[in-house]
Design a protein around this ligand. Structure first.
Ligand code: C2O
Ligand code: CU
Length: 517
C-alpha cells in the first residue's frame, strides 16, 4: 500500500465544512421533524396472483433543502425531499412502487451520469426488483418495482444503488425509510406518533451551502454536521412514556455509537430483519452504515423540562469533529399520556422467534471464507471486485448455494485501519460469532448487515431463499462499494429462471417515462 492510499486521519476539528462559522449549524437549535408518509395512488389486486396491492409513485429529482440556518442546500431527493417519504405497509399486501427518474442528466458535483437503481434494503425482492447495480434507469425513464412484503415486520430503507455512484447519490439525498408492519409487532411495540423514524447521516458543506464531497482517496467521507431526518442535531419534544425509535445509519461511511447523556440504557427490540427473540438492554451500541436498530427509550422517569441527549461515542477509525459527539436531544414535556395504550409503560422482554434465529450451525453444509483487503487502491472481497463480474456478462459468482441450503459465511477483515459493514442481499442472517466470541447483545436478532470491525473475523449463518437468482454482496461503506467492493452470489442453478425470467437486468427493464399510466 503506497502513501497515496493512506487516508486523511488528522483532520482538525471543524475543518470539514468550508462554511463561514456564522453559517454553520450548532447542536439543538432546530426542531425535530420526520419525513411524511407516502400515500398510495390506489389499492388494487395483483393481476397475476390476486394479492392485495398498493400502488405508489415516487420521482427522484433535484431540489433544494433548508438544512442550514440561512443558506439553501441543493439535494437530490425522492419527491424532492431528504430523507424521502416513508412508505408504510402491512405484511401480506404487496407494494408496486413506480420510480420515475427525473434527475438532471449529470450530477452537478462531478458530472457523472445520473442513472439510478433503487434498492429496498431489507426486502426479499426478486432479482429484477432488487436494485441490482447495473439495472439502471436513466433520466427520463421509470421503473415499477414490486415489493412482496411477506417478511416479518421490520425497518427497511430504500436508497440509490447505481453502479459506481451509490455513495455520492445517497449522500446527495436519495435515501428514505420503509416500514413493514405485522400484527405481532403492532401488539408489542409503540405505534403512530410514538413509533419514530430516525435517519441519521453526516454532511459537510461548501462555502455556498452546497454539500461538499471528500472521500479521502476512496476510504470514506466523514462530515462535521450530524443530521437526523435531514436536520442538524434536532430537538424532539417527548411525553413521559415509552417511545420506539427506528434508527437507520444512513451515513455513507461513518459508524456511530449512540448513548444517552443520562447514562441510562436503551432497550434494543429489533435489528435489521425485525424483532429479536429477546430484547436487550444496552448502554451504547456500535452502529455501522445501513444497519437498523429499533430501540425503546423510557422517558417516564425524567422530569418535565429535562433535556436528554442522544450522544455519539464514535468508534475506531472514524474522523470526528467538535460536534460529531452529539446526535439529537429530547425535551421532556408535561403533556398528558394516554395510559389506555398498553405500550405507554411496557418494555417487553420476550419478542418474537424467527426462522433465522432458530437456525443451528449444525444445519450448515458449507463454510465460506470472504477475505477483505485493499489491493492497488481498490477494495476487494476474496481478491475480486465488481468489474470482473461486469466483464463476465454478470455470470461470475462468489458463491452458489442451493435453494433452502444453510451455510456459514465468514468475513475476515485482517487490517487495523478500517471497519466494513458487510451486506448480503436477499436473506436475513444470524450473527454466530465475532473472533470466536458471542456476538454483541444488541445484534442477537435477524440481520442483513454485519459490522466487521478492525482485525475481526465474523461468522454469519443463513438459509438461502425464498427466491433463486443473482444477488449482490458488498461493503455498505458505499465509498468502498463503489471502488469496487462488491461481488454477487447466485441461489440455485444458472437456469432459465436465473438467466431469463428473473434476470436482474433484462427481466423488468426501465421504460421511457411518458407520464402516462
Ligand atoms: Cu443498502 Cu446493496 O444495499
Ligand atoms: Cu468497506
Amino acid at each position: 500500500m503506497g502513501l497515496l492510499t493512506l487516508p486523511l486521519r488528522n483532520a482538525e476539528a471543524g475543518a470539514a465544512s468550508a462554511l463561514d462559522p456564522s453559517e454553520l449549524p450548532r447542536p439543538y437549535q432546530t426542531p425535530f421533524v420526520q419525513a411524511p408518509i407516502l400515500r398510495p395512488d390506489r389499492s388494487g389486486i395483483d393481476p397475476v396472483d390476486g394479492a392485495p396491492t398498493q400502488y405508489y409513485t415516487l420521482a427522484a429529482m433535484a431540489a433544494s433543502s433548508a438544512i442550514l440556518p440561512r443558506l439553501k442546500t441543493p439535494i437530490l431527493g425522492y419527491n424532492g425531499i431528504f430523507p424521502g417519504p416513508t412508505i408504510s405497509v402491512e405484511q401480506g399486501t404487496k407494494a408496486v412502487v413506480r420510480m420515475r427518474n427525473q434527475l438532471p442528466a449529470t450530477h452537478p458535483y462531478d458530472g457523472h451520469p445520473l442513472y439510478s437503481s433503487t434498492h429496498l434494503h431489507g426486502s426479499a425482492s426478486l432479482p429484477q426488483y432488487d436494485g441490482y447495480a447495473n439495472d439502471i434507469t436513466n433520466p427520463g425513464f421509470r421503473k415499477d418495482y414490486v415489493y412482496p412484503n411477506f417478511q416479518p415486520a421490520r425497518t427497511l430503507w430504500y436508497h440509490d444503488h447505481a453502479v459506481h455512484h451509490t455513495a455520492i447519490n445517497v449522500y446527495s439525498g436519495l435515501a428514505a425509510q420503509y416500514h413493514l408492519h405485522d400484527p405481532l409487532e403492532r401488539a408489542l411495540l409503540p405505534q403512530g406518533e410514538f413509533d419514530v423514524a430516525l435517519t441519521i447521516n453526516d454532511a459537510m458543506f461548501a462555502v455556498d451551502g452546497s454539500l461538499a464531497y471528500e472521500d479521502n482517496s476512496h476510504s470514506g467521507l466523514w462530515g462535521d454536521v450530524i443530521l437526523v431526518n435531514g436536520r442538524p442535531w434536532p430537538v424532539m419534544k417527548v411525553k413521559k412514556r415509552v417511545y420506539r425509535f427506528r434508527v437507520v445509519n444512513a451515513c455513507i461511511s461513518r459508524s456511530l455509537r449512540p448513548t444517552l447523556s443520562t447514562g441510562d440504557p436503551v432497550t434494543v427490540v429489533a435489528t435489521d430483519g425485525g424483532l429479536m427473540p429477546v430484547s436487550q438492554s444496552v448502554a451504547s451500541w456500535r452502529h455501522g452504515p445501513a444497519e437498523r436498530y429499533e430501540i425503546l427509550i423510557d422517558f417516564r422517569k425524567y422530569k418535565a423540562g429535562q433535556r436528554i441527549e442522544l450522544r455519539n461515542l464514535s468508534n475506531k477509525n472514524n474522523v470526528d469533529y467538535e460536534f460529531t459527539n452529539s446526535i439529537m436531544a429530547f425535551d421532556v414535556v408535561p403533556d398528558p399520556v394516554d395510559t389506555k395504550d398498553p405500550t405507554w409503560n411496557t418494555i417487553p422482554v420476550q419478542l418474537a422467534p424467527s426462522e433465522v434465529m432458530a437456525l443451528k450451525p449444525s444445519a450448515s453444509t458449507v463454510q465460506r471464507p470472504f477475505k477483505i483487503a485493499r489491493n492497488n487502491g481498490l477494495w476487494t472481497i476474496n481478491g475480486t471486485t465488481w468489474e470482473p463480474i461486469v466483464a463476465s456478462g454478470f455470470r461470475d459468482v462468489a458463491a452458489n448455494p442451493d435453494l433452502n441450503s444453510v451455510e456459514i459465511w465468514e468475513f475476515h477483515n485482517p487490517g487495523g485501519g478500517w471497519y466494513h459493514p458487510m451486506h448480503i442481499h436477499l436473506i436475513d442472517f444470524q450473527v454466530l460469532s465475532r473472533n470466536g466470541q458471542a456476538p454483541f447483545a444488541y445484534e442477537k436478532g435477524p440481520k442483513d448487515v454485519v459490522y466487521v470491525g478492525e482485525n475481526e473475523k465474523v461468522q454469519v449463518l443463513m438459509k438461502f431463499g425464498p427466491h433463486t437468482g443473482r444477488y449482490m454482496i458488498h461493503c455498505h461503506n458505499t465509498v468502498h462499494e463503489d471502488h469496487d467492493m462488491m461481488v454477487q452470489y447466485r441461489v440455485g442453478p444458472e437456469d432459465a429462471a436465473d438467466t431469463i425470467t428473473n434476470n436482474p437486468i433484462t427481466a423488468a427493464p426501465a421504460q421511457w417515462d411518458t407520464g402516462l399510466a
